[in-house]
Write a protein of this length. Structure first.
Length: 85
């Protein structure tokens, strides 16, 4: 089953940009279809693979950076998005 996930990441610190970029780079390195815009990151692919990557990368961010807020929207299927990797 395919899925599209939209993630917004809000680190609770003044130096937030490097933490967000690190999360995005790790998601891109996973090989999943990834699209980044000004307010969120979209991941697309097989449901189990997307959820495994998301689980691992959120945990990594919590352990490395401390408190962060992740807002996640999950859609069954693939949205018609122009993707960059």
């Amino acid at each position: 089953m395919k899925t599209t996930v939209e993630i917004s990441n809000y680190p609770l610190s003044e130096e937030f940009e490097p933490k967000i970029l690190d999360f995005i780079e790790r998601c891109q390195a996973s090989g999943l279809m990834t699209k980044v815009n000004a307010t969120s990151t979209h991941l697309q692919g097989d449901y189990d693979r997307v959820m495994d990557v998301l689980k691992d990368e959120i945990k990594h961010s919590f352990e490395k950076y401390g408190k962060m807020i992740f807002v996640v929207k999950i859609l069954k299927g693939e949205l018609d998005l122009e993707f960059t990797m």
